[in-house]
Design a protein around this ligand. Structure first.
Ligand SMILES: C[S@@+](CC[C@H](N)C(=O)[O-])C[C@H]1O[C@@H](n2cnc3c(N)ncnc32)[C@H](O)[C@@H]1O
Length: 259
């Protein structure tokens, strides 16, 4: 099996080519279930008034805007993506929905987020982490900008396990979806062949949960959605360990005296 090319120029170009048809195809190919998955994400990791929320790989901003609505416009939301064409559409949607100003769109690579440590109460990503060239670097960056006590939510496609649905869905996902996608959103990067290939090679279930723990999250849980077609993963960034910090802050000589 050849490894999927997830180099930044290729991925950025691919999403740039399909940006104009991205939302339409998302809703069509998932029969609108993608809206439900984002709604479940927002409901499972709910916003509160005054929170700061970062949605990475935000694309045209659907999850960022869902957070804006759920917070009744009372949260400070940033949507980050490295594809300019997707962000242009996100900004347009934000203006149209009246969220303009409350949702800030930033052009940024998820592997090098140009934002300070420890500041967001929720850091989310929907159908984006799979495209990031180095999953662990992307996760580490999400954890870095998350505030202690905050939550990281990853919504991603997965492969259903339950037969006979697994076989039927697998056939649709590998044969029908790429053909419709390529036909309706012609692009040189084979974006809709890339989709099943990248899902097939991405860690899922316990494998991804383990990577999230390694990135520094605790209390990690995950739940399959729609018979496992997508999975929501959630983890918490721990509070700094008071004892450890106090020890670190203590001066050398005092520590020696206490022996
Ligand atoms: C499948 S779309 C998902 C968009 C949106 N989150 C949604 O729920 O529809 C993946 C997005 O991830 C972005 N992306 C992929 N790799 C990225 C990276 N390293 N840094 C920033 N954005 C990235 C792409 O530009 C694209 O907009």
């Amino acid at each position: 099996m050849t490894t999927v090319d997830k180099s930044a120029p290729r991925v950025r170009k691919m999403f740039g080519e399909i940006a104009g048809r991205y939302d339409f195809l998302n809703h069509l190919l998932s029969l609108n279930v993608d809206r439900y998955w984002r709604w479940r994400t927002v409901r499972s990791v709910p916003p509160k008034s005054g929170m700061k929320i970062l949605d990475v790989c935000t694309g045209t901003g659907d999850l960022a805007l869902a957070y804006h609505r759920a917070a009744g416009g009372q949260a400070e939301i940033v949507g980050a993506d490295f594809c300019h064409e997707m962000l242009v559409l996100g900004r347009q949607k934000s203006v149209k929905s009246g969220a303009n100003g409350a949702v800030n769109f930033v052009e940024a690579d998820a592997m090098k987020i140009p934002l300070e440590d420890d500041q967001f109460d929720i850091v989310s990503v929907a159908f984006g982490l799979r495209n990031v060239a180095e999953t662990d670097v992307g996760l580490a960056e999400m954890v870095r900008v998350c505030a202690p006590g905050g939550q990281v939510a990853v919504l991603e496609f997965s492969s259903p396990e339950w037969q006979p649905f697994k076989a039927v869905y697998g056939w649709y996902f590998r044969n029908v979806l790429p053909r419709i996608g390529q036909l309706l959103a012609r692009n040189a990067q084979s974006a809709y062949n890339y989709l099943p290939e990248s899902v097939g090679q991405f860690p899922q279930g316990e494998q991804l949960a383990k990577r999230m723990r390694t990135a520094g999250l605790s209390e990690v849980w995950y739940r399959g959605l729609t018979l496992g077609v997508a999975t929501l993963y959630v983890g918490k960034k721990g509070e700094p360990h008071v004892g450890k910090k106090a020890n670190r802050d203590r001066k050398g000589p005092e520590r020696i005296k206490k022996k």
